[in-house]
Design a binder for this molecule. Structure first.
Ligand code: SIN
Length: 354
């Protein structure tokens, strides 16, 4: 009787364990690619404001949020471990190639990229244009290091995995998930040096809300991205040099001249107001445009559009305008466009489409 009872318990335990494994195997397969940043950052002393970004590994990040396993089959890869001010074209190319390779297999249903917040908006827009898949890609970070008194990284990571695992996220491009909000990679920008709610949309609003693993979705973005994008970098070894010139009262032309001399193929003006600058800077940019440099007028203001021929005669000077994109995103679209064309009229068209 006793033996029969223990046998029954064993069989029941095996059935339950089998069911649990089966349920886990049915969950979406999400790969976390870790690149560093504050989300992997550690303070030297608890309670200190200063810290070193990119200290913890992807395994540490996953282990810190055991609830991730309730959402998905989560695995991780340590892609890089840098602070995002050191993000560069070479890492972007490698990251895009790796993401496209992973998403092409049935082994991965979605990707989460952990990333520093400083250049997150640029990486997210770059990936939004070059990822060739409908599967969700989510870029996530944190404003407080992992060892802080109240770190924001664990919940951000949980929400990011929930978005990557959500079938409704498919076909909407690349996201940034921060502070319970789902942003389009094209639209999101960092607006505060240190606040947890630093990320905001530039012009069009958020893509959705992330409520502890439950998502609410709003209108999808209109512009072309991912599978509809013409920008492919899987065979690319390098990208053209594109720089940003910041406008301010009394700005001289020297920086524009120096960039042209250094071989810039594109220059984005982070202009005052509606994308303007001093007479000497505009003159230098116009000369650069005549030499074949793609000159894009954007604004340092942070919100609003820069349209053609309002304060500046773009037709006459040969300039492109950034429309809705801020300078750092305009730089991304300019460098990808330059891989296809050197014609400012064609580049302008890309700013309407993407
Ligand atoms: C970084 O961008 O790597 C540092 C800042 C941050 O992640 O918030």
């Amino acid at each position: 009787m006793k033996r029969f009872f223990s046998l029954t318990v064993l069989v029941m335990a095996a059935v339950i364990a089998g069911g649990v494994l089966e349920a886990q195997a049915r969950k979406p397969k999400i790969m976390i690619l870790a690149t560093g940043g504050t989300i992997a950052g550690a303070q030297t002393k608890p309670g200190e404001a200063s810290y070193t970004a990119g200290t913890f590994s992807v395994a540490n990040l996953i282990a810190a949020v055991p609830q991730l396993q309730d959402l998905a089959q989560v695995s991780g890869e340590q892609f890089a471990n840098i602070a995002s001010q050191d993000m560069n074209n070479a890492v972007w190319l490698k990251l895009a190639k790796r993401i496209n390779q992973l998403l092409a297999t049935p082994e991965v249903d979605g990707i989460v990229v952990t990333h520093g917040t400083d250049t997150m908006e640029e990486t997210a827009y770059f990936l939004h244009l070059v990822v060739n898949s409908n599967k969700p890609v989510v870029v996530v970070g944190s404003m407080r290091p992992a060892t802080a008194i109240s770190p924001d990284g664990p919940l951000n990571l949980y929400n990011a995995v929930a978005v990557a695992a959500d079938p409704q996220a498919r076909g909407r491009g690349v996201f940034v998930v921060m502070d319970d909000k789902i942003f389009c990679g094209r639209e999101v920008t960092k607006t505060n040096t240190t606040a947890v709610e630093t990320f905001q949309p530039m012009n069009r609003g958020v893509q959705g809300a992330a409520y502890f693993g439950q998502n609410r979705w709003f209108e999808p973005p209109g512009q072309k991205h991912t599978t509809k994008s013409e920008f492919r970098v899987d065979q690319a070894e390098a990208m053209p040099r594109v720089d940003i010139v910041y406008a301010y009262a009394n700005a001289p032309r020297d920086m524009v001249d120096a960039l042209v001399a250094a071989g810039a193929k594109g220059i984005v003006l982070a202009g005052v107001g509606d994308g303007n600058s001093t007479e000497p800077v505009i003159a230098a940019l116009s000369e650069a445009a005549k030499k074949g440099v793609i000159v894009v007028r954007a604004s340092r203001v942070g919100h609003g559009l820069v349209r053609r021929n309002i304060e500046v005669n773009d037709d006459k000077l040969g300039f492109v305008t950034a429309e809705e994109l801020n300078p750092s995103k305009a730089r991304v679209l300019t460098l990808l466009s330059l891989m296809h064309t050197q014609d400012p009229k064609v580049v302008q068209q890309k700013f309407y489409e993407y």
